[in-house]
Design a protein around this ligand. Structure first.
Ligand SMILES: C[S@@+](CC[C@H](N)C(=O)[O-])C[C@H]1O[C@@H](n2cnc3c(N)ncnc32)[C@H](O)[C@@H]1O
Length: 401
């Protein structure tokens, strides 16, 4: 078994720390959080479900009054332009100035306010990510948490104390959840915009024993070890890597593979890793088998909770449906994507939450315990179980939503 190295052997990785947020920005975020909580922003935003180009206009209509909650939702959930007079009724001028400095609000050319950062809410956490709407300036966007992110939150283990590492942190949602119980959190992302957003998310959730580092996976934590490692790596199969948050290389497993291989070096003895991903099955080999081989080679005690498998047609629809703006273009994108999936001999894939413990025990189990997160937003079985007062199945992560 590869034993973890001593945590005290931390190296010069701190040179990659993202500059801590200015004290006035931290203060602004503290005030903002209080205001959001006073108006139950998180409860209402979470109940609306994911906001995208399809759902945005109806939500804007639903919350079109000038109440503080509607104004907060317009700015921070929908990213819409809002008149200065309306905003004056909800945000003090000090808060407006602070949010402008933090880059969370901006002024439009016609003097209105516009929310530039989406505040996504899930299970008590409120995190910063990009809005779905297209921008005039091309950016490397910060992923707005999806069903993959929330599945990992639902499956997260509450380990008291210790050091937590969140790789591929994006909005920082997993780091915020880990920060509820860990003594210290390190969040890593390769995208500078994501690293800045994660730092704001940690402040917004009052997780103060945390650092954010800019870097390529474990390069940012060379020589350091952790009691918990979480990751939601990019896993989408793509011919050309164009978006850091999404593309996982030619077979989708490029980043996942590196994370799995690094676990024995960076996990303390007895430490846990939790990773959410898509696992692909190809003619002649599957990523589930590859995960089993890596786990077995390093004696990682591993449980993989998967969804039922689905085919390349469903994969193409789930990955491309958001791009349906011009039908002819969408049609040709789906055809090109399916041709590519056929050329690499993709047979099926499944959502998976991989949990490994660095216990030295060579045990591996894969179980269908996840809903088809790409298809359903509710865990129907858990709903029925609760409704009829039946005993929940032990393999349901948190009993579902
Ligand atoms: C799917 S998003 C996950 C965000 C967030 N953790 C969540 O659960 O919603 C993947 C993130 O991985 C980051 N990323 C991609 N390649 C990386 C690498 N080699 N090292 C560190 N971060 C990387 C991207 O910038 C992006 O923020």
């Amino acid at each position: 078994m590869s034993h973890a190295q001593d945590a005290s052997s931390a190296t010069a990785a701190s040179t990659t720390d993202v500059t801590p947020l200015d004290a006035t920005i931290v203060e602004t975020l503290r005030h903002l959080r209080r205001l959001l909580d006073d108006h139950d922003y998180a409860g209402v935003a979470e109940a609306q479900g994911p906001v995208d180009l399809r759902t945005g206009p109806a939500l804007a209509y639903k919350f079109r009054d000038a109440s503080p909650l509607s104004v907060l939702l317009h700015l921070f959930l929908l990213g819409l332009d809002t008149s200065a007079t309306t905003v004056d009724g909800v945000l003090t001028s000090a808060m407006q100035g602070g949010l402008l400095t933090a880059g969370i609000l901006e002024r439009t050319p016609d003097g209105q306010w516009r929310g530039t950062v989406q505040l996504f809410a899930y299970r008590g956490a409120i995190v910063c990510c990009d809005h779905a709407r297209a921008r005039a300036v091309p950016i490397e966007p910060v992923y707005s948490p999806g069903n993959d992110s929330t599945a990992l939150v639902d499956a997260s283990l509450d380990l008291e104390g210790g050091r937590a590492l969140d790789l591929c942190t994006g909005s920082g949602i997993q780091a915020v959840v880990a920060g509820r119980h860990a003594q210290e959190v390190v969040a890593v992302d390769i995208n500078p915009r994501a690293a800045r957003f994660a730092a704001m998310s940690l402040a917004l959730n009052a997780v103060h024993r945390a650092t954010v580092r800019l870097g390529d996976l474990y390069d940012a934590v060379a020589g350091e070890t952790f009691d918990l490692i979480t990751a939601n790596p990019p896993f989408v199969i793509n011919q050309v890597r164009t978006q850091l948050y999404r593309d996982g290389g030619v077979d989708g497993g490029h980043v996942l593979r590196k994370i799995l291989h690094g676990l024995p070096t960076h996990l303390n003895d007895g430490g846990f890793a939790q990773i959410v991903t898509l696992l692909h099955d190809f003619e002649g080999g599957s990523q589930l088998e590859e995960t089993r081989d890596i786990a077995s080679r390093h004696h990682l005690e591993t449980l993989v909770l998967t969804s039922p498998p689905f085919d390349k047609y469903e994969l193409a629809i789930s990955q491309l449906q958001r791009r349906l703006i011009v039908y002819e273009r969408y049609r040709s994108e789906v055809r090109d994507y399916l041709e590519h999936l056929e050329s690499i001999k993709l047979q099926s894939c499944r959502w998976a939450v991989i949990t490994c413990r660095n216990s030295g025990r060579d045990t591996f189990e894969a179980r269908e315990g996840l809903r088809r997160v790409a298809t359903f937003t509710l865990n129907l079985r858990a709903q029925l179980t609760r409704f009829y007062g039946l005993s929940p199945r032990p393999d349901d992560p948190r009993g579902g939503r």
